[in-house]
Design a protein around this ligand. Structure first.
Ligand SMILES: O=C(CO)[C@H](O)[C@H](O)COP(=O)(O)O
Length: 223
């Protein structure tokens, strides 16, 4: 397991998405976090598979595209996103009834699968699936918009998953910055999504390396 920093392109300039993606990788990003919102599951509308396809063509095969689907019918979109070049598809537990069907559908494409839970969702609902997925995403804001305040009270969920699964990637998303990272890292998060803290910074490189350093520090303490 590694500390992985995944800047959220939601906070980038969408008019220059390809350049922003390449530039943030150059500045140290491990993954590119893509927030896909359908205007139903959350109160915002962002990008679809055609944008992922164009981005993949522009950035090449290698960069890891971490696609977080905040949509009401993720099963409908798995094929499109996988074919467009997603490296991982994370869907919301709250959005689906047959969770195993969608996990299997994503795996059929030989890409990784994540499940996300919103702040009001009980972490126990996620536990039966932890052996079947590559990543658990604990939302630390109500999904929909960047720039919100980190919800520290989500940390017991992270700790509970970490205790059960010492080697599972656990992602936190929402309000992560150099001010809040220690709380998340201490709880056991190792995949850090940060939008505004990275893209609104004068020195994104420094923010990315700071997030990584603090995450790694607490990972080492766990071992
Ligand atoms: O998923 C999201 C919103 O639903 C964003 O990825 C998240 O909020 C990151 O932005 P910021 O770091 O600015 O909070």
């Amino acid at each position: 397991m590694k500390a992985l920093i995944a800047p959220s392109l939601l906070s980038s300039n969408f008019a220059k998405l390809g350049e922003e993606a390449l530039s943030i990788i150059e500045k140290g990003a491990d993954w590119l976090h893509m927030d896909v919102m359908d205007g139903h599951f959350v109160n915002n509308l962002t990008i679809g598979a055609p944008v992922i396809r164009s981005l993949r063509q522009f950035i090449g095969e290698k960069p890891y595209l971490d696609c977080h689907l905040m949509v009401s019918d993720p099963l409908k979109w798995v094929d499109d996103f996988a074919k467009a070049g997603a490296s991982m598809i994370t869907f919301h537990l709250e959005a689906v009834t047959n969770i195993d069907t969608i996990i299997n559908k994503i795996k059929e494409h030989n890409i990784e699968v994540g499940i996300s839970i919103k702040p009001n969702t009980d972490v126990d609902l996620l536990i039966p699936y932890l052996d079947k997925i590559d990543m658990a995403l604990v939302m630390t804001v109500e999904p929909g918009f960047g720039g919100q305040k980190f919800m520290q009270n989500m940390m017991p969920k992270v700790s509970k998953i970490r205790k059960l699964k010492p080697n599972l990637n656990i992602q936190v998303d929402g309000g992560l910055s150099l001010e809040t990272i220690e709380i998340a890292a201490r709880a056991g998060a190792n995949v850090i999504v940060a939008g505004s803290a990275v893209f609104k910074s004068e020195n994104p490189q420094k923010v990315i390396s700071g997030l990584r350093e603090i995450t790694e520090k607490f990972m080492k303490q766990e071992n």
